[in-house]
Design a protein around this ligand. Structure first.
Ligand SMILES: Cc1cc2nc3c(=O)[nH]c(=O)nc-3n(C[C@H](O)[C@H](O)[C@H](O)COP(=O)(O)OP(=O)(O)OC[C@H]3O[C@@H](n4cnc5c(N)ncnc54)[C@H](O)[C@@H]3O)c2cc1C
Length: 451
């Protein structure tokens, strides 16, 4: 991996080449920057992306694949290789799979993914011996195309990195963006080691606690749920047959998501188990026996004996919505723009939608010879994404408030609601379409089309 040492080495692509300056770029301040080495002037970038999570990587690949002439680099604060330690898995909607296929990434990860062919929803208490099923979803968005897949986070990140490297995108690891300033012509980005990079556009994909969002002066609407999501992998005796389950329990949802069996053929599922934060902390830091006992009470024994297959971790949950997605030469994407409750497993899928919309807007502007960092260009992206994001944020918030409690009358109302949806095939089809990410004004990449 290319990277900056203490003495600010120059940016280099993973294949050893340097970012190519755009010959037609009159907008950028071409003064040498602190990334120069050996008296050589480092070329300004077209796009600098802060954050090599799924969103930052996908943004870089989407832009570079459509416009190979753009000089693009990514800087990430995490030390090299940290991403390989992420043991989580994510539900990837059909639209996101189409996008990854178009970007030349899906083919590599597909053999390791697990299709979700059915989803059931129950509403009960943890100790209830029987959990009546209120709602079931199954079917495909197109013949042979399930509405979602489970993907291991490190498989996805690894495949995106390899694709980025192949396209000649620089990935600078262990280096945080510490400040930036915008002038009319470009943006100067200061890195933690004192080096600077110049670009026409800075994309902040630095996660839910985005420092770049603060640096840009963008305010958020934000609250904590007092809940944490415990995530771990569970090995079980019998196959899951592609079935996902979500049990609405008083402290929060408990979801089991089917994973592909491991190399030894062990059946596995990923769980997202939401508890009040102090209970979640006690569970993950406490006695393993207590954890397994409480897990078994929720998971049940329908898939036979179960065993915790990796170290459980808890993630605090909240809602964070940025009040603006853009500023001059600056755009937020992914969790940096919106952190939502995982009750619908849509956080990353929203991030993919941001990337698809941003890439489409930027590529179109570049083709027309417009300035890709100009505010009026970036506002098209903001207009495209803000309402959808707000809608999803509110929906997950309402669902969490409606279901994460044990108030008798409320339980009756919501169970009647679930039962009604179950009897309306059209409405169920609508929800499947929503969950697959293929509804509304879908950007081209999410339809599987090139930009
Ligand atoms: C318990 C749980 C379960 C979930 N399950 C699902 C699911 O099933 N499906 C789904 O779609 N979503 C799910 N999500 C949401 C999903 O994980 C996130 O939406 C997704 O990881 C966000 O990706 P991102 O690239 O925007 O941010 P991140 O993955 O947070 O990446 C941010 C990157 O920015 C880097 N960075 C930070 N600061 C700086 C800086 N100053 N300079 C440079 N780099 C910086 C970090 O090192 C990091 O690599 C879940 C979330 C939780 C908590």
């Amino acid at each position: 991996m290319a990277g900056f040492g203490q003495d600010a080495q120059a940016v280099k692509a993973a294949d050893g080449s340097r970012p190519k300056p755009r010959k037609d770029d009159a907008m950028v301040d071409r003064k040498p920057n602190a990334a120069d080495t050996n008296g050589k002037r480092e070329a300004p970038l077209d796009v600098l992306i802060a954050g090599a999570g799924y969103v930052g990587l996908t943004a870089a690949v989407s832009l570079k694949q459509a416009r190979p002439g753009l000089a693009i680099a990514i800087v990430d604060a995490a030390p090299a290789g940290v991403w390989q330690k992420d043991g989580r898995a994510s539900a990837i909607a059909a639209a996101a799979s189409r996008m990854l296929e178009q970007l030349g990434v899906w083919e590599e990860i597909a053999p390791e993914t697990q299709a979700i062919t059915e989803m059931i929803i129950t509403d009960s208490r943890a100790a209830d011996p029987v959990r009546p099923v209120f709602l079931t979803f199954d079917g495909e968005v197109a013949p042979g195309e399930p509405f979602a897949h489970m993907v291991a986070n490190r498989d996805l990140n690894g495949a995106l990195r390899r694709r980025a490297e192949k396209l000649g995108i620089d990935i600078i690891e262990g280096m945080a963006v510490s400040a930036f300033d915008t002038n009319g012509a470009g943006i100067t980005v200061h890195l933690a080691d004192g080096a600077t990079l110049k670009a026409r556009l800075l994309v902040a994909a630095d996660g839910v606690n985005s420092k770049l969002r603060d640096m840009a002066g963008i305010k958020t609407v934000k609250w904590e749920y007092g809940q944490s999501g415990i995530v771990c992998t569970v090995a079980h005796e019998r196959p899951h047959n592609g079935r996902a389950e979500e049990h609405f329990l008083p402290a929060g949802p408990f979801a089991t998501l089917p994973l592909k069996p491991d190399k030894d053929g062990t059946n596995r599922s990923s769980i997202v188990w939401v508890e009040r934060s102090q209970d979640a902390k006690a569970l993950v830091e406490g006695d393993e026996f207590v954890f397994e006992h409480d897990l078994e009470q929720r998971f049940g024994l329908k898939l036979g004996e179960i065993r915790v297959a990796d170290k459980p971790r808890a993630w605090p949950l909240g809602l964070t919505l940025a009040r603006a997605f853009v500023a001059p030469r600056f755009a937020l994407a992914g969790d940096a723009a919106h952190g939502i409750h995982p009750i619908a497993g849509q956080g990353l899928n929203l991030g993919f939608k941001d990337v698809a919309a941003l890439a489409e807007v930027v590529v179109e502007a570049d083709r027309l010879g417009q300035d890709i960092g100009a505010l009026d260009v970036l506002e098209r992206y903001q207009q495209w994404r803000r309402f959808d994001t707000l809608q999803m944020g509110i929906t997950t918030d309402v669902l969490n408030r409606l279901f994460s409690n044990d108030i008798g009358p409320l339980r009756q109302v919501r169970d009647i609601g679930l039962g009604l949806v179950e009897r309306m095939p059209r409405l169920k089809e609508f929800f499947i379409r929503q969950a697959s990410g293929l509804s509304g004004d879908t950007p081209r990449l999410l339809k599987g089309e090139a930009i």
